[in-house]
Ligand binder design. Structure first.
Ligand code: AMP
Ligand code: ZN
Length: 465
């Protein structure tokens, strides 16, 4: 069955055909590691994870690269403001490298909790300065660059069809809204290399043929994707905010430098928005982190499940009420799977029919809401051999990634002091010292357990959720 994906470049759903049989090269724009990634950022990686899992399910071998931006991303996605890493270093009084490592570590922990598959390579911008300089040199040789007081710029008027990815109406762009023209020749020109200002010493700067400075944000993705995937590769992903600036610039500078088509399929994930429908970025705050959700009693899987319920191309309005509903549904699945493991029913329903339905859903531009429907149908299908049913659900979970294999009854370990309190409470009850017994019950509760009196079977300790 054909896999069909929506390509931003053509604004159409297209059949996916890899450049090399059975293999996919995929580049996903990654985090800027100056602060925590909120659940909005993480939705972008859940989307690329689903895409990758669908490709793997279809039998492809996927080589995925995710970049880690630890220099050059300015406070505006265009070329204004200051380097986010440098600001964070100054604010936290730390070394930029330590800040990058700290937030990257947390980001990776969130990845694990969300059951997102790790890329083949994490590509760090500061570890690829030479590659970025080489690419700028290529562009310079081909006449795409010019120098201003603060850096080396890409002349977007020299690249035919500059706005093709975003369908930009360049003449209609208000200057100043996107990029202040200043010394630039065109409002859509962007920095490839920025000079250190000389006013204050930057923590991160390098020498280059044009002077000491640092790379612009966009060039890292072109240089690193070309290094790891070649000048022409299959899939490029990112958030929808990347279409008009970041990916438009990446495309122009890559194709400008190589003279070849850069990427066959551009895919973009829609934003997670707050309850007022406003887009939320790290700099404006407003969205939770995974740890903050955990503190409120939700797990990363509850959030993953929430994201699966909406197509990646639709904005998703976040609210705790919506997350509550996902938590309930997820816990229902978990309980059902645990029960299924204890059953041994027989039945006649055909598996192939459900398998086909599932594949149809995921191969139709990653239709996860429909794939979840098939998952529920199989889970509730009583006329099917239980072992087969479980195996099928586990197979679907290769794409959904909701952790079916790990859904097992949790073995609760009761601490020794709680057991001793329970023994003391039984003694008190035997002696009809009910006030003492109640106090002991309360102390057990404070330790996180309730006593269920089960008559003849004696008391039983249940962990409070
Ligand atoms: P950043 O760390 O700011 O470079 O962003 C990392 C990724 O998160 C990028 O792919 C963005 O497009 C994406 N992103 C940022 N905010 C949101 C949001 N509210 N919803 C979905 N994706 C987002
Ligand atoms: Zn990028």
């Amino acid at each position: 069955m054909d896999l069909v994906l929506y390509n931003t470049l053509t604004r159409k759903k297209e059949e996916f055909k890899p450049l090399k049989k059975g293999k996919v090269g995929m580049y996903s724009c990654g985090p800027t590691v100056y602060w925590y990634q909120h659940i909005g950022n993480l939705r972008a990686y859940l989307f690329s994870d689903i895409l990758k899992r669908v490709l793997i399910y279809n039998g492809f071998k996927v080589n995925q690269i995710i970049n880690v931006t630890d220099v050059g991303h300015l406070t505006s996605d265009a070329d204004e403001g200051e380097d986010k890493m440098e600001i964070a270093a100054l604010k936290e009084g730390k070394n930029a490298k330590d800040i990058a490592n700290y937030y990257f570590k947390i980001f990776k922990e969130d990845f694990k909790k969300l059951n997102i598959l790790e890329p083949s390579t994490w590509a760090w911008a500061t570890e690829h300065i030479d590659e970025q300089i080489e690419l700028i040199k290529k562009l310079e040789k081909k006449g795409f660059t010019y120098k201003t007081e603060d850096g080396i710029y890409f002349d977007s008027s020299k690249f035919k069809n500059y706005g093709k990815l975003a369908l930009l109406n360049i003449d209609g762009l208000e200057s100043g809204k996107r990029i202040a023209v200043g010394e630039k020749k065109n409002k859509t020109d962007f920095a490839l290399w920025k000079f250190s200002s000389g006013k204050e010493k930057r923590q991160q700067e390098w020498s280059s043929p044009w002077g000491v400075g640092f790379p612009g944000w966009h060039i890292e993705c072109s240089a690193m994707s070309i290094k790891y995937l070649g000048e022409h590769f299959d899939i490029h992903t990112g958030g929808e905010d990347h279409v008009p600036i970041h990916h438009t610039n990446e495309l122009a500078q890559s194709e400008g430098a190589t003279g070849k088509k850069f990427v066959n399929y551009w895919l973009h994930g829609a934003f997670l928005v707050d309850s007022d429908g406003k887009k939320v970025s790290k700099s404006t705050g407003g969205l939770y982190t995974i740890s903050e959700l955990e503190e409120k009693g939700y797990s990363a899987y509850h959030y993953r499940y929430l994201c699966l319920q909406t197509s990646y191309r639709k904005q998703l309005q976040f609210s705790l009420e919506a997350l509550d509903a996902s938590k309930n549904a997820y816990e229902k699945i978990k309980n059902k799977i645990i029960r299924l493991r204890k059953e041994n029913n027989h039945g006649n329903t055909d598996v192939e029919h459900h398998k086909k339905q599932f594949l149809e859903a995921i191969n139709n531009d990653l239709n996860m809401p429909q794939a979840l429907e098939v998952f529920w149908e199989v889970m509730e299908e009583t006329d099917m051999n239980t072992r087969t049913r479980l195996a099928l659900l586990e197979d679907f979970d290769r794409v959904l990634g909701i952790g079916v294999k790990d859904m097992k009854e949790e073995k609760v370990v009761i601490p020794k002091d709680v057991t001793l309190l329970l023994v003391a409470r039984q003694e008190a009850r035997k002696k009809k010292m009910f006030a003492e017994a109640d106090i002991l019950r309360q102390r057990i509760k404070e330790r996180g357990f309730v006593i269920e009196d089960l008559g003849e079977d004696g008391p039983y300790l249940r962990k409070i959720d």
